[in-house]
Design a protein around this ligand. Sequence first.
Ligand code: UFG
Length: 502
Amino acid sequence: MIDVVAVVGNPRPGGRTTRVAQAVAARVAALGSGEVETIELADHAARMFDPSDPALGEVTTRVAGADVAVLASPTYKASFTGLLKAFLDRYTGDGLAGVVAVPVMLGGSPAHSLAPDTQLRPVLVELGAVVPTRSVYVVDTEMDRLEETLDRWWSGAEAVLRGCSVSLPPPMKILVTGGAGFVGSHTVVELLEAGHEVTILDDFSNSERSVVDRIGRITGKRPAVVEGDIRNPSALDSAVAGGYDAVFHFAARKSVAESVEEPLLYYQVNVTGTVNLLDAMSRHGVRTIVFSSSCTVYGDPQELPVTEDHPFGPAANPYGRTKQMMEHALMDLAAADPSWRIASLRYFNPVGAHPSGLIGEDPRGVPDNLMPYVTRVAAGRLPELRIFGNDYPTPDGTGVRDYVHVVDLARGHLAALDYVVGSSGYHAWNLGTGQGSSVLELVETFQRVTGRTVPYRFAPRRPGDVAATWADPSKAERELGWKAKHDLADMCRDAWRWESSR
Ligand code: UFG
């Protein structure tokens, strides 16, 4: 006898999620001619994730009397991860031979059905460590083919009763160019933590080799490394030949001032290097790319907040021009061959560092950008900050930007990957918080949360700077389920932890 209890989170009573859960539970119960009991948590939708909820206590008692629990919930709005966490909080380890986890994807939108995978994977791993777990992913638009889906899944599902390990969608094999750099290294951490296999391609021209060890210390997994320059087509060709599912392309030069002095370097690395990469990808049949773009493509914004529909403005410098050129190249590529899956991510101002203090932004020489300059002044490595302009038409006269925590930004890349896996073509998203902060606000927040003093003086405007820019990030939230979680105080705290731990 195998008695099965199906716990259904956030359903419409008797709706699709319940039907899926019961179909799965019936198959498991039929293995041992057991009974199925269904508990719908519809009434508790709003509070079901509060571990002290008495309704969950009752569920726990009934689960403990069963042999197998089927946990089903839509993935939308993290409902499913909430159900698992509530279960994990209360499960005492008694009785159950196994759990069948049934994330029900809202198939109407590939974004909603796929994006949560990034969040689901670690929770499923956690669950699998507590009780033998098997998962079956069901897309609600495929309800008429439900039995077919269950047939495919069923071949391995009996193992749940024999203590199988957790079953997850297969991890992807990903090449990360510039993976030792600032945004690249944080993205590698998130990819590894989500279970993907990562190879870094980097020439270490603006990063340290020790970053790779540090990534290993954070994640417990050391990524593979290929040392190479993207300007060299044959090095790229052999690097891309490793049978990758996708490429994350960070390798680029990014200093505005340097691009004015050495424009050819920018065209060689950013343009030729990217074309070489796309060419190698094409030859080796890799057609999924997540590209590091910048809000610089919009030029001086005509309207705030900036949406993805804002036209590309005249670029203020060669660096900005290379980012625009590469976005055009990617659009042309997607138009010529619709099998390409391209995510172009337009970063606003990435700052902060990993909360471990092990990786962060480490520009060589005197920093151009505000946050690394501020942390070095606070550490006494530079005497004072110059604030470029206090006569802008902004509330306090200093420049306004949309600072975004690098860990949030890194997670945006995984959400974008999930999206393009389910939807080919060219897609662009702004990654920012939607919140503008002035230079003075950033300096004051930094001083408040770190207790350090940052001496500054006002200096003339920096040529090429815009007065204010910030993102409308709602497209990323709508389509990717991504939203920045960290505020300016978190960014300052983490940037300082990184600076002061070195
Ligand atoms: N700033 C100072 N003092 C400094 C450094 C910066 O006052 O020592 C001010 C700037 O004038 C600006 C703000 O701080 O108002 C932010 O400057 P950053 O250099 O940190 O960032 P930017 O917004 O100028 O640059 C960013 C990216 C570029 C990108 C550009 C597009 O770093 O890659 O946005 O707008 F091209």
